[in-house]
Design a protein around this ligand. Structure first.
Ligand code: SAM
Ligand code: SF4
Length: 349
């Protein structure tokens, strides 16, 4: 039986407040990204150092607490929720949280529940994700070459990820592939990845590397401006800008030769902060109002202070009132230090 289509058990229906949360710059905050764990079964070289120190397990919110926090945001007008990490599917019992949050999709309080994953556990979870109400997922894939995949992820198994992608498609999930554009690594492989993705009905989005957290390598060696990549791609493809939007920062083009969509996420060369609609919650209950700034709000204390959500709701309002105008990411030889000390795996990208 498809339990998602079945009766709702237990969850109180959420009546969203009429107006969405509005930040000091007039932007409505309708999108919550939740890093459910900072741990991961890969060690992608642009994301993590090989020897990472992770948060102590005792500091993590329980899945019940994460559910309560997410539900408070939904009650305050969040319409889209993405689970990420670290690798969200390596968190123990994660499907409990997915199923609980899926109820808000069913009730209509949430437009979309989705996740970003490295795909390693998808073969196991794809059917259940669909059953819980997930309809679209992003899978990170930086190369189609199994050897290069090992190099970039250090610990990943390309074939397992491919099995995961196939399982997801079979389960009925719409899959978008995300590739971080890396100079001299996958720079010249993107055309093949476009054909691969579009040949299977999947969108592909390319992302610029962002200077987050200390890694073992020099980011200036990895950074590839997407303006340069686009110019290269235009040598062999006809790219037409299209107004397609998925609620994220990607700008899309249609590739005439394949008939598919290609997204560009360009935090470095084209700052998209003016239309930012999101905030990011970590697995310890810290809310970051901007991916590229250090200011944060501790929601764990507010959550644990009272069984009623009033205190939490006030703490969320106070945090949204501090959402900054934007980030100041720079990667060049003069700026070798990361713009923010935390790794992408803490806030989930
Ligand atoms: N583990 C999951 C995955 O890899 O999809 C979810 C978390 S991962 C931090 C989310 C996305 O951030 C991935 O697409 C990854 O490639 C990207 N990412 C990680 N570090 C990055 C960085 N420094 N700059 C740009 N993108 C980064
Ligand atoms: Fe893990 Fe995702 Fe970071 Fe790779 S990008 S190390 S899969 S969290």
């Amino acid at each position: 039986m498809n339990s998602f289509a079945g009766p709702i058990g237990g969850a109180a229906p959420i009546i969203a407040e009429k107006a969405p949360m509005i930040d000091p710059f007039g932007r409505a905050v309708t999108y919550l990204r939740v890093s459910v764990t900072d741990r991961c079964d890969f060690r992608c070289t642009y994301c993590m150092a090989e020897n990472m120190t992770f948060l102590p397990k005792k500091d993590l919110l329980t899945l019940e607490e994460l559910n309560r926090l997410c539900s408070a945001f939904i009650a305050k007008g969040v319409r889209k929720l993405r689970l990420t990490g670290g690798e969200p599917l390596v968190r123990k019992n994660i499907m409990f949280l997915v199923r609980e949050l899926g109820r808000h999709v069913q009730s209509g309080a949430l437009d979309e529940l989705t996740l970003t994953t490295n795909g390693s556990q998808l073969a196991r979870y794809a059917d259940e994700l669909y059953d819980c109400g997930v309809r679209r997922i992003n899978v990170s894939l930086d190369t189609l070459d199994p050897e290069k995949f090992k190099t970039i992820t250090r610990w990943g198994d390309f074939h397992k990820v491919m099995e995961g992608v196939e399982a997801a498609r079979k389960a009925g999930l719409k899959v978008k592939l995300n590739a971080v554009a890396l100079k001299d690594f996958n720079q010249f492989e993107i055309p093949e990845m476009i054909r691969f993705a579009h040949g299977r009905g999947m969108d592909l989005t390319v992302i610029e590397t962002m200077p987050m957290g200390e890694i073992d390598e020099d980011r200036t060696d990895q950074y590839l401006p997407l303006s340069e990549l686009r110019a290269d791609l235009e040598q062999q493809f006809t790219l037409t800008d299209i107004p397609y939007k998925t609620g994220g920062p990607a700008r899309y083009v249609e590739v005439k030769e394949t008939g598919g969509r290609l997204g560009f996420i360009t935090p470095m060369t084209h700052n998209f902060c003016e239309s930012c609609n999101r905030v990011r919650l970590t697995c310890t209950g810290t809310l970051y109002m901007c991916l590229g700034q250090n200011d944060a709000a501790d929601l764990r204390t507010a959550l644990r202070a009272s069984e009623s959500d009033d205190y939490l709701s006030a703490a969320i309002d106070e945090a949204i009132g501090r959402k900054p105008k934007g980030h100041d990411f720079i990667i060049d030889r003069q700026h070798r230090k990361p713009a923010v000390a935390r790794h992408m795996s803490v806030t989930g990208g």
